[in-house]
Design a protein around this ligand. Structure first.
Ligand code: PEP
Ligand code: MG
Length: 831
């Protein structure tokens, strides 16, 4: 193989790698090379090659030459901490480039001001295959000047050489809002298992094998912590890239509401308020019932075993049974329930726990005892974490401990059955307890301890069970069979309420039930106003289960299928066939009803690991919505092809998110028309536009000339109109879609649509808000796409309205000075 010339990728002072003030480079931990102290502001390709990795923060890139040499260029030191500021990549992973092609433009002034150093190491990261036979040192170089010459090292196979010791290492800043907790740990472990490499993660002086989610949890890695990921073995560099990229992608972790640490968390008991105990709402709702304590039975765990073979067999059998149980439950579960079960399954599969348990058994311990000794220290370490979210994860481990102990001891702990109308009281509940609750008879639960972000709380909300946590020791004063009112929405558990309170609560419950029952009974009727005007009552969907729920609740179609669910939490984009199958299943579940499929709306704060996107300072204003599809044309084309392949043709319509100008719609239209022609679809495929930016609303008349329908995404339209981040708790009280500014934009949208005979719908949160519905209709909205479970109520409400009254009401709302004024007007209107 001929030698390979690497030319200077930037202008500046070439410096020996030993002089780089960072041991990772000066001690050649990543490989050998040269550094340049830059005087320019662009990094160019030092050779022809393919982009192997490009960190999302844009500060480092690896190129593979056609001969197989891998060249890492790291602009400055510790520049990952800039989170992408100052870097503008010109290429993407997988691109092939010629020598001299621009790779990354950077803001040298910013780096000089903010980075630890600007010196840029250029390192051959597979020194087992290529050695540097010549390199310049200490001289001024211009872009394109010879920098290093490489020659193939000896013929030792790369895999074996790597196995013998080449260790790859990368420093990563953890962007996950809640650090590496159970679900990300499970995903990292699953990713690591795909590679023939040992990957470890170091935080301070502690390290963990990435294959062990429990060891990862024990590191208690927090948001913005800098960690070091190290990989050794045959697939070291690929494994390192996969793990680091996954962490740096943020792993789609939602920026959940801040942890509501109850003010009383530190005190052992909480004061009673007017005969009620106060707690923290884990899931809202109202129920009257009798209290019943749940006190799990003790499980006997013998210290000494009955022989290694017997105990190992017990352990193996219990693990197999529990894994099967988890797999079955994960198959039938959806959403958070499924994620929690999968995280437990990953912990159960943890090699470190298995190893420690087997060592205990080998020393003569009983299987249960050895298992408990393996898992309990990990739970205890988490329990002491200062991060309440991580501390709550200790319960997940205790849950796993208990479930396996029960199986080893042959004690069946499930299902938990209670008399009808029971409010369950407990010191604490574990996720597996909640999953196995007898849902027919238990109408809510209250726990002394627990936290509002625990998996128990998430499960309660998913199951629609009112629940309070962190009530404190006073809960113990409540005895079995005491009548109670659980007003979880208000954070209250009323003990032995008087007759008046009982009656008043009963009335509230009955009123809500009557409204719901009446609405459900008429849910299958077409949605019409009292004067006969037709309004379409559609539902928003995120997955197949929602489609069934929508149909059961009388939805007449879907005004928004959020297709993101298919694209997130994956390492590669879904294929056309996978997408087609998913869309087809949802279309089939809708049984002929129209299905409006929204093109992918990810990007910004919802990155997909396989779409390289630099972190953005203002994700809401960056690469998101259709901008992502236009930047990645293959993803857009594949999705359009999948949607158009659904049968019967015509059931699906396409909707484009985050349009800011007509050009974007035209670009999508061109792709749709081309793919339709290729598939042999003769009819024009309807393509609608989401009105989510003020720009789209004020140009709705121009857009409607070319769009087939308009649908207002009030969630985004509100955030962009009011300049209030929809995910920012600090402005949460002000972000209200009933603000007159938003309503005026909706009015303008409807007018723009009418000019060209296009209908306008609403698929944002306002369509599910009973106070907003009469105003929206009065403004000219003719389709409402709401949460599936709310469709019956929305239909029932529409049936009470007349167009004339709605128009007058809407006109008055447009003249209000604030969202609060609109809300009081709306309350008067619906009273
Ligand atoms: C909206 O913005 O109102 C909308 C429906 O889209 P999403 O909530 O998915 O951003
Ligand atoms: Mg939106």
């Amino acid at each position: 193989m001929a030698s390979i010339l690497l030319t200077a990728p930037m202008q500046g002072w070439a410096t020996p790698i030993d002089e780089v003030p960072d041991a990772v480079f000066s001690e050649r931990m990543l490989g050998d090379g040269v550094a340049i102290d830059p005087t320019g502001d662009c990094l160019y390709a030092p050779c022809a090659g393919t982009v192997l990795t490009l960190l999302p923060s844009g500060h480092a890139i690896t190129l593979a030459t056609p001969e197989g040499a891998e060249i890492l260029i790291h602009i400055g030191l510790d520049t990952v901490a800039l989170g992408g500021r100052g870097f503008s990549p010109c290429v993407a992973v997988g691109d092939t480039v010629e020598r001299g092609a621009p790779l990354i433009r950077f803001d040298l002034d910013l780096l000089v001001r903010e980075a630890r150093a600007v010196v840029t190491p250029i390192v051959v990261v597979n020194p087992d295959r290529f050695s540097i036979v010549h390199a310049v040192s200490s001289e001024l170089v211009a872009v394109g000047d010879p920098l290093m010459t490489l020659e193939p090292s000896d013929a030792v196979a790369r895999r074996e050489t790597n196995r013998d010791g080449a260790t790859h290492e990368r420093t990563v800043v953890v962007p996950l809002p809640h650090g590496i907790h159970a679900r990300p740990a499970a995903r990292l472990a699953a990713t690591a298992k795909r590679f023939d490499a040992d990957v470890t993660l170091a935080s301070g002086d502690k390290t963990a094998n990435v294959r062990s989610p429990i060891a990862l949890l024990a590191l208690a890695i927090r948001h913005n912590e800098t960690i070091i990921v190290t990989a050794a073995g045959a697939d070291a560099s690929a494994a390192l890239a996969a793990i680091c990229d996954l962490i740096e992608s943020g792993m789609d972790e939602p920026a959940e509401a801040p942890v509501r640490t109850p003010a009383v968390a530190a005190s052992p008991s909480r004061p009673a308020v007017d005969g009620a105990l106060t707690g923290v709402t884990a899931a809202p709702g109202l129920a009257i019932a009798r209290a019943r304590w749940f006190r799990p039975a003790d499980i006997v765990v013998p210290e000494h075993g009955e022989g290694i073979a017997v105990e190992e067999a017990r352990f193996d059998a219990a693990v197999t049974t529990l894994s099967t149980r988890f797999a079955e439950r994960a198959r039938s579960a959806t959403g958070p329930e499924r994620a929690i079960v999968e995280a437990h399954a990953a912990m159960l599969d943890d090699p470190m726990l298995h190893e420690t348990t087997r060592s205990g058994i080998a020393r003569g311990e009983g299987a249960g005892h050895a298992w408990r000794n393996a898992i309990r220290p990990q739970a205890d370490a988490l329990r002491t974490s200062t991060d309440p979210r991580l501390a709550e994860r200790a319960d997940d481990m205790l849950d796993l401990e208990r479930q396996l102990l029960a199986l080893i001891a042959g004690v069946e702990t499930m299902p938990l059955s209670f008399p009808p109308d029971t409010i369950l009281l407990a010191d604490d509940l574990l996720p597996s307890h909640v999953l196995s609750l007898d849902r027919a008879n238990i109408v809510g639960f209250c726990v002394e301890r627990g936290g509002p972000t625990s998996h128990v709380a998430i499960l309660a909300a998913t199951m629609g069970l009112p629940a309070l946590v962190a009530i404190g020791a006073q809960l113990n004063a409540v005895t079995d069979d005491t009548p109670v009112i659980l007003d979880a929405s208000e954070g209250l558990l009323r003990i032995d309420p008087d007759a008046d309170t009982l009656v008043a609560t009963q009335v509230r419950i009955v009123q809500a039930q009557v409204r719901r029952t009446e609405a459900l009974a008429r849910a299958s009727e077409p949605c019409r106003m009292a004067d006969g005007t037709r309004i379409e009552a559609f539902a928003n969907l995120g997955a197949l289960g929602d489609a069934h729920l929508a149909v059961d609740n009388g939805a007449e179609g879907s005004g928004l299928l959020r297709t993101e669910f298919l694209f997130l939490e994956r390492d590669a984009a879904p294929t056309v066939a996978e997408q087609t199958a998913d869309y087809q299943a949802i279309a089939d579940a809708l049984d002929g009803r129209p299905l409006i499929v929204r093109l992918l709306d990810i990007g910004g704060d919802k990155p997909a690991p396989y779409l390289p996107m630099a972190p953005e300072e203002n994700p809401a204003l960056g690469l998101r919505g259709i901008r992502v599809g236009l930047a990645h044309p293959q993803i857009l084309e594949d999705q359009v092809r999948a949607i158009l392949s659904v049968k019967p043709a015509g059931q699906c319509r396409i909707m484009v998110p985050m349009i800011a100008s007509l050009d974007e719609l035209r670009a999508v239209r061109a792709v749709v028309d081309r793919v339709a022609a290729e598939i042999g679809i003769g009819d024009r495929v309807p393509v609608g536009v989401m009105i989510e930016t003020p720009a789209a609303a004020v140009t709705a008349d121009l857009i409607a000339a070319e769009a087939d329908f308009l649908s207002v995404g009030t969630n985004d339209l509100t955030q962009y109109t009011l300049a209030m981040d929809r995910g920012n708790a600090a402005v949460a009280s002000g972000i209200d879609g009933l603000h007159p500014a938003v309503l005026r934009l909706i009015a303008q949208t409807c007018k723009g649509g009418v000019v060209h005979g296009r209908w306008t719908g609403v698929c944002g949160g306002l369509a599910s808000d009973p106070l907003a519905v009469p105003i929206l209709i009065g403004l000219g909205v003719t389709e409402l796409s709401s949460a599936p479970a709310l469709v019956p109520e929305i239909k029932a409400l529409v049936a009470t309205l007349t167009m004339e009254a709605c128009r007058t009401h809407a006109a008055a709302a447009l003249q209000c000075g604030s969202a609060a004024d609109v809300r009081s007007l709306a309350r008067e209107f619906t009273a």
